[in-house]
Design a protein. Sequence first.
Length: 146
Amino acid sequence: MTPAAGARRRQGRALGIDLGSRRIGIAVSDARGTTATPYAVLARSSDDRDARAVAELYRAEEAREVVVGLPLRLDGTKGDAALVVEGFAARLKSEGLRVRLWDERFSTVEAGRCLRAGGTKPRARRAVVDKVAAAIILQGYLDSRS
């Protein structure tokens, strides 16, 4: 395969997911798969309903893959939160989605810093921090591919 063909194959929209206990932050990339943008925040329900909702967005956006933030510990090991994310990722795969796990350490902290630096008020930050964290996760993944 030529380098140009490989680049074409990687192109396409991707969804980024920041899975929390109460909310799911979602980001989407542009059609070329180079820039992530905060997209939506979903209230958590059940893994089955949440996976179906993500699958609907995946299909509506004609995404080629979904990147799910994996909350590893500082030493790189998996804790309880990472196991929950892996279970949710498996549920997304059962919906027919192409899933990638991506180290998300500090994404929510970084999202909060960005929002504070931009002057976003605390109440408004709570409403968007999850989708901004999802965009940070997705952008890190997209940048690693180039």
